[in-house]
Design a protein. Structure first.
Lengths: 115, 139
């Protein structure tokens, strides 16, 4: 996860799970696509160490937040697809709540600084 | 001539040596590696630099192994908690059932009291441990 990005590694680590859950809420996906999408959406600023995504995915699967199945890519290569479970949806909602809270406090403080 | 398949096989060996297991997660990591190599080659690189970049992006085998071990350990701990809870429930039931039978036949005699006295709390403890284990699973 902790690539040579400008974002602090603690923040990268903390945001991994909510990002993965939110991406999977749009539908089933697989590791490589998840990493590419995060990179694209962050304009290249969120660059995870590719391999480190997989222990995170496995942990989330062990905790019952997501499930996986082996499928095939367009070229016939085996590929593991992940999808959100109900507990994952609940966890995602909780993450959204908490991130919104932190964001609103920070934004409020920021506004005060310019008064 | 650069042999891509041999280079990937060498990479696999490094992963296995570091303790990364197969098929899970090594197959997933290898698929990822191959997709990244493909992308690099499509964007203009030749196979050798594409492989080198992709291997670097996947990460150090030892670091990955450490991370995978961490999630394995936690999973095992929580599974053990659930099993301990279930065991507790079974032990408690083993005490409760003869006690209940005795109570039906002879009323609240000493052995029945002992059976209930131990059985009920053990079943409750076992049940709450199991419940705790399931909840902790999500943490």
């Amino acid at each position: 996860m902790y690539g040579a990005s400008m974002i602090r590694k603690e923040l990268v680590a903390a945001s991994a799970e909510p990002l993965i859950l939110s991406l999977l809420s749009n539908g089933e996906s697989y590791g490589y696509a998840i990493i590419q999408e995060v990179k694209a959406r962050s304009g290249g600023k969120l660059q995870w160490t590719d391999g480190m995504l997989y222990p995170v995915l496995h942990r989330m699967e062990n905790r019952g937040l997501i499930k996986s199945r082996w499928g095939e890519s367009e070229t016939g290569r085996k590929r593991k697809y992940y999808s959100l479970k109900r507990d994952g949806k609940t966890a995602m909602a909780k993450h959204h709540e908490q991130w919104s809270l932190v964001h609103s406090v920070l934004a409020g403080l920021q506004k005060e600084q310019f008064v | 001539m650069f042999d891509l398949e041999k280079a990937i096989a060498d990479w696999r060996q490094q992963m296995l040596t570091a303790g990364i297991k197969t098929p899970v997660p090594l197959e997933e990591l290898e698929n990822h590696l191959r997709e990244e190599i493909e992308r690099q080659v499509k964007s203009g690189l030749t196979e050798q630099p594409a492989l080198e970049i992709s291997v670097r992006r996947i990460g150090q085998p030892e670091m990955l192994h450490r991370e995978f071990k961490k999630s394995e350990r936690t999973f095992m701990k929580r599974t053990l908690i659930i099993l301990a809870g279930v065991f507790g429930v079974l032990v408690g039931m083993a005490l409760l059932m003869p006690a209940a039978h005795l109570y039906k036949e002879q009323g609240m005699v000493h052995n029945a009291v002992v059976g209930f006295g131990w059985g009920i709390p053990i079943v409750l403890l076992g049940a709450s441990t199991t419940f705790y284990g399931f909840n902790k699973r999500k943490a």
